[in-house]
Design a protein around this ligand. Structure first.
Ligand code: AVI
Length: 305
């Protein structure tokens, strides 16, 4: 599990508007709900990215050139890494995740599935910068960051993260990253407010997770899921809205919410490709090539220093 900072959590709850970091979505139930989200008919990013990776596999492999080490921040179950490693045949794979126990199991599976692959699990948080074990070769590194997870960081933090990734590779290395692009608002909003209510359950589950982490007394049923596109900021915002006046208590504190008051739980930025390419250049990746689907909904970008 990720490190818990109760004071950072309660500080967020006391802000106006209140905030909960999206990293707290991913307890065991939250991770399962997220997996269910990726299979929803409305949630196009996973499916579109997978199709792009498959359709352009040969071209991508050619553009990537020889890859010796694949490094995946937030590797989780390593499913996408497994597909990539079969194609580009690196000698080494380094999965990085805050939750290293779960990662360890996935990495063992990868080792068994791809004989000869030196697959490692490294516990750590990419957002804090990362020092890899000294015996991981520096030559021919590829940082792999699929799933448009970069969109969950505000642009200045996304830039920091890209800079940390740049620091991991030499001039012969690169970054392969998934980006969700702006599109019709109805498509975006349906993806974050699906008919089956899975995203709503995912959003509300953060409250139960917080109850365990800080001893608060949130009741999920008292909160409504809200998801909408903020056009000015080019991002989907997720919030939890109090259905009635609510007093939430935790050891050492409390917060009263008026009916209709919201807790901001997540942003998911949708970058036009040109804007993202500029961000990449600011981080030190000056050359970028992108593959997009026919509808222009998603991009897989290969960036080089
Ligand atoms: C993990 N991340 C890229 C997802 C997204 O689309 O922003 C998280 C998510 N939130 C609601 N649905 C999916």
């Amino acid at each position: 599990m990720h490190p818990t900072h109760p004071s950072a959590i309660t500080e967020g709850l006391n802000q106006h508007p209140a905030r909960i970091s999206p990293k707290y979505f991913y307890d065991q139930r939250g991770s399962l709900l997220f997996e269910a989200i990726t299979r929803l008919p409305e949630y196009y990013p996973t499916r579109t990215e997978n199709a792009l990776m498959q359709a352009h596999a040969a071209d991508m492999a050619q553009q990537l050139g020889p890859v010796r080490t694949v490094i995946e921040p937030g590797a989780g179950n390593c499913e996408k890494a497994s597909v990539l490693c079969r194609r580009v045949r690196p000698t080494c794979f380094v999965g990085v995740d805050i939750s290293v126990d779960f990662l360890q199991t996935a990495v063992q599976r990868l080792r068994a599935d791809i004989p000869g692959l030196d697959a490692r699990a490294v516990g750590g948080d990419m957002t804090q910068g990362l020092v890899l074990p000294a015996d991981i070769p520096r030559a021919g590194r590829l940082v792999f960051y699929p799933g448009s997870s970069i969109g969950n960081f505000d642009p200045p933090h996304a830039l920091d993260l890209l800079r940390h990734m740049r620091a991991l590779v030499d001039s012969d290395g690169g970054l392969l990253i998934g980006i969700d692009l702006p599109k019709e608002v109805a498509v975006l909003e349906a993806a974050y407010d699906d008919a089956a209510g899975v995203t709503a359950a995912f959003n509300r589950n953060v409250l139960t997770h917080l109850n365990r982490l800080i001893g608060s007394d949130f009741v999920e049923e008292q909160w409504a899921h809200r998801a909408f596109f903020n056009r000015e900021a080019s991002r989907i915002e997720m919030h939890l809205e109090a259905l009635a006046p609510i007093r939430v208590r935790w050891p050492g504190g409390e917060r009263c919410f008026a009916a209709g008051e919201r807790i901001h739980t997540e942003n998911s930025y949708k970058y036009p490709l040109a804007v993202f390419t500029t961000l990449l250049a600011q981080a030190g990746f000056s050359r970028a090539q992108a593959w997009t689907d026919e509808q222009g909904w998603f991009a897989v970008v290969h960036a080089r220093p």
